[in-house]
Design a protein around this ligand. Structure first.
Ligand SMILES: Nc1nc2c(ncn2[C@@H]2O[C@H](COP(=O)(O)OP(=O)(O)OP(=O)(O)O)[C@@H](O)[C@H]2O)c(=O)[nH]1
Ligand SMILES: [Mg+2]
Length: 500
């Protein structure tokens, strides 16, 4: 009774109650109207629910996978994305690249010394001593050069070699601190060997057996390698009495040591005879990844701070698959999170790629087209461009990626131009090129057509061919390319969200 009384008093119940004097005909009309109102209300609820779900899907991170052989420019592309769209994070992380760049520079110096030793000492290289084993001794240059050059020059090299010798130990120590990422892979373990006749599925099965690289799956990406550097380097001793570096608590000992070698580095690099010898070497050190000798004057200082360009050019090999998350601060997708997966490109790393094919909004495939005359570090028998063709075919033909947008970057166009200008003939390395013109436009067009044909022939279903000619170290031009890429990826991402 008490409840009925409350219900009677409730204004909502009273308002919704049928009129007291309602006739049966009026009742039928009223109930019909109520039914219709409920139907409309349910429909609106359903619409709101659908829109909420679509908004949620649209807000899910944009996922991009970067693929391509080692040294193709995947990490450099990722860095450009950060530089262009996540400036705050980029600036915060820039300093942590200092040690990598210093190592790159130190390695450049040691490589020049090695090339000099090998080039001027024919008897040594003929005796089968490998580049990697070569460690010039104090008297090495004077012993070998004195046959060909004035004694005073030989003495100069001896002096430089001796004065720069602490950089040998520094290189080893920095490599030890940075870990495997700081060195290039030069040979492939049996388990990790890439066999192009195997599908990626079969390769993925090998993954579990190959533990060397796959245990490293850093969510912080390269930061994990960079973070390892500072403490051990602080305590290094590079003949510290001579350089006054012992127990420097700020980690500046490396910079101090490198700075103390600056004059000698520059003297070595600017020497015309050294330049002449290097110009006759089979590959140009200036075109190798992480080349900084032209910037020694600026980098070999105790207070060196990397510039944006330095970081893009720094070389640190990617191990395993690294996930990078960042919220775009500008662009069409400002406020939206992007997740980019940067993979290691060496043959032994490729088996991991497969498990990331699912659920990507786009794949950016990097193919360095300047490499037509080079072979893989990990397999000297394989031409780099041929390797890229094969990889591209594998990616295009994947059923899992049949509906995924794939964007091709024909990268290192700057180096391609350099090589062609130097007179390197494409036909000598890519037989199918025949007597085509050896200029950059014709060569690029030819390579591009080949990639397009592969995509057309091997894609499980027709897909558009998106291609960009890039020089990823050119940050301004790359920003313009990335803007186009961002638009395409987001458009695709929204379409997928609405279709889901
Ligand atoms: N000159 C020139 N150098 C480039 C270009 N793109 C990348 N590089 C440099 O080439 C080197 C290798 O690039 P990375 O981005 O480290 O290559 P990666 O594909 O990530 O290689 P892995 O991590 O081994 O798979 C770096 O030193 C880059 O700065 C380019 O277009 N031109
Ligand atoms: Mg990389």
């Amino acid at each position: 009774m008490a409840r009925a009384h409350v219900a009677e008093q409730d204004p909502l119940t009273l308002a919704a109650a049928p009129p007291k004097d309602e006739t049966p005909a009026q009742r039928i009309i009223r109930e019909k109207a109520e039914l219709e109102a409920r139907r409309i209300s349910d429909e609106i609820d359903e619409q709101i629910k659908r829109e909420k779900q679509a908004t949620k899907r649209r807000k899910r991170p944009v996922k991009v996978l970067l693929l391509g052989q080692s040294e193709s420019g995947k990490s450099a592309t990722l860095k450009n994305f950060q530089l262009t769209y996540a400036r705050r994070k980029w600036t915060a992380e820039r300093t942590s690249w200092r040690t990598v760049i210093q190592l790159n520079l130190v390695r450049n110096v040691n490589t020049v010394l090695d090339i000099l030793a090998r080039e001027v000492a024919d008897p040594i290289s003929r005796n089968g001593i490998d580049d990697d084993d070569l460690e010039p001794t104090e008297s090495h240059f004077s012993r070998t050069l004195s046959n060909n050059f004035p004694v005073q020059l030989a003495e100069k090299y001896d002096r430089l070699n001796l004065r720069l010798s602490p950089l040998r130990k520094l290189q080893r120590d920095l490599e030890a601190c940075l870990g495997a990422a700081s060195s290039e892979e030069t040979s492939v373990g049996a388990n990790g060997a890439y066999d192009p006749t195997l599908g990626l599925t079969a390769l993925a099965e090998r993954r579990a057996r190959n533990t060397q690289e796959f245990c490293i799956n850093s969510r912080n990406g390269w930061k994990s390698a960079l973070n390892r550097v500072l403490p051990p380097v602080n305590t290094m001793d590079y003949g510290s009495k001579a350089y006054g570096l012992a127990n420097n608590p700020t980690g500046d000992s490396t910079a101090e040591l490198i700075a103390s070698c600056r004059g000698d580095m520059i003297a070595l690099w600017s020497d015309p005879i050294v330049q002449d010898i290097l110009s006759k070497a089979p590959s140009r050190i200036q075109e190798s990844p992480g080349f900084f000798l032209n910037d020694a004057n600026r980098i070999a200082t105790s207070d060196y701070q990397p510039t944006d360009g330095d970081v893009i050019r720094a070389r640190l090999r990617t191990l395993g698959v690294q996930e990078h998350r960042f919220v775009f601060e500008q662009g069409r997708t400002a406020g939206r999170e992007w997740v980019m997966y940067d993979v290691g490109g060496t043959r032994s790393s490729r088996a991991t790629w497969f498990s990331y094919f699912d659920d990507m909004d786009a794949i950016i495939f990097l193919a360095p087209i300047s490499c037509f005359d080079e072979t893989l570090r990990e397999d000297k028998k394989v031409n780099r461009l041929e390797d890229s063709y094969l990889l591209w075919r594998t990616v295009c033909s994947s059923q899992l990626l049949a509906k995924t947008q794939i964007i091709l970057f024909l990268n290192k166009c700057d180096l391609l131009q350099e090589k062609l200008k130097r007179g390197i003939l494409v036909k000598n390395h890519i037989r199918s090129y025949g007597n085509g013109s050896n200029d950059a436009v014709s060569v690029t067009k030819y390579f591009q057509q080949h990639f397009k044909d592969i995509s057309k022939q091997h894609s499980p279903q027709p897909r558009p061919f998106f291609v960009h000619l890039t020089s990823i170290i050119d940050t301004k031009a790359t920003a313009a390319t990335l803007s186009v890429v961002e638009e395409g990826i987001v458009r695709d991402n929204l379409t997928r969200a609405d279709l889901l």
